[in-house]
Design a binder for this molecule. Sequence first.
Ligand code: LMR
Length: 396
Amino acid sequence: MFENLPQLPADPILGLMDAFRNDSNPNKIDLGVGVYKTEQGATPVLESVKLAERDILELEQTKLYIGPAGAAEFGTAIQSLLLGENHPALADHRVSTLQTPGGCGALRVAAELVKKASPDAVIWVSDPTWGNHIPLLGDTGLQIKTYPYYDVANHGVNFDAMLETLAQAKAGDLVLLHGCCHNPSGADLSQQQWQAVTQLASEKGFTPFIDIAYQGFGTGIEDDAYGVRLMAEQLPELLIASSCSKNFGIYRERVGSVIVIAKNAEQARANGSQLARIVRGIYSMPPSHGAAVVAHILNNDNLRQHWLGELDSMRQRIFQLRGQLLAQLNKKDASSDFSFITQQSGMFSFLDISPAQVQRLRDEFSIYMTGDSRINVAGVNSHNIDYLSSAIVSVL
Ligand code: LMR
C-alpha cells in the first residue's frame, strides 16, 4: 500500500524547531517559528489565559459535543473583535462565523467552501506569502497564482505591480491578503492602499480573502482590523480566516475562526450550513478548550482589559527590539542600510540576505531563521543582540 510514498523533507518553518533543539551551541539563537518570546526567551502562558482557565475549570458543567460551528459565544465575541461591535455587516446579518482548529483550519475550511461554490476559482496569493498558504489552499485542488508584493530593492510593498497584476483577477477569483503584519515580510498595506484594493475588487468582482493571524501586533487591536472592516462594509462578499494563536498566546490549543460575509442574510444562513457540512466531513467539530478560554476573556470586562494590556506589552516589546537591532547593526556596519527593520510591523522582517548567508549564520553561529532570511524579531533579546548583530554583519 504505502511503498511508493517517499520520506519528505522537514517542514521549512516547523522543522527549525527540531534543528534548534538539537543544536548544542550555548549561544544558539532561534529566530524561526513565529511565536512571541520574552527577554528570557520563553513563551509563557498569558496571565489572562491562566485566569480564564481557572474559571473554566470551576464553571464547566459538561463535556458534551459543541457541534461543527463551535461555541456560539466564541463566534459572537470573535466576529466583534474583528469587525468591531456595531459593524453594518453584523447589523444586516450578513456574517457566518465558525470556530476552527487554528487559523490553518480556518484557511482550509474557507478554501473547501470556495471549491464547492466555484471549483475553477483561482486564488491569488502574494509573492512571497506564508509558506503554509500554498499547501493549505492548493491541496483542495484550487488553482494558485501569485501577485507581486514585496520589493527587495526597497524593502517594502511594490504596490503598483501588485495592482497591475490584480487587475487580471476575475469575478469568481479570490485574492488572499494579509490583514496586518504580513508574514513573511512585515511590509503592510497603508490605509490608502487598502482602499485602492477594495475599489479594484469592486470593479473587477473578485472576492478578497483576508488571513489575519496577528491582530494587535501591528499598530493596535482596532487599527490592525482596518482592512477587514473596510472590505466587510464596502464589498458584497468577503472571506476571513483569523487565528488566536499569537494574540492570545494559545498556539497549541488551536483556536481560529472562519468568517464569511455574504451579500444578504439568506445567503449567510446558506453559507453557515455549507461550512458546517464541510467541517462535519473533515474533523466533525473543533476542540473546545482554547476557544472557551478566548470567549471567556473577551466576554469578561476585567479579563479583556488584562489581556489587552498583555497584548500591548508584547507589541511594544517587539517594536522596541526592532529599534535596538537597527541601532546595533548600524553601530557594527555603518555602510549597510537596515532602517527598513523599524518601518515594518509584527513579528517578522526579512534581513534580505541570500540563502547562502542564511546557511552561514546557521552553520557558523547557530542562528536559525527560515531560508528566505525571515527573522522572528521576538527572538531577539538583550543577551543575544550583540552576538546576533556581529554575526549578521560578518556574513554580509
Ligand atoms: C510562522 O509563520 O512561523 C507561524 O505562523 C507558525 C507556522 O505554523 O508556520
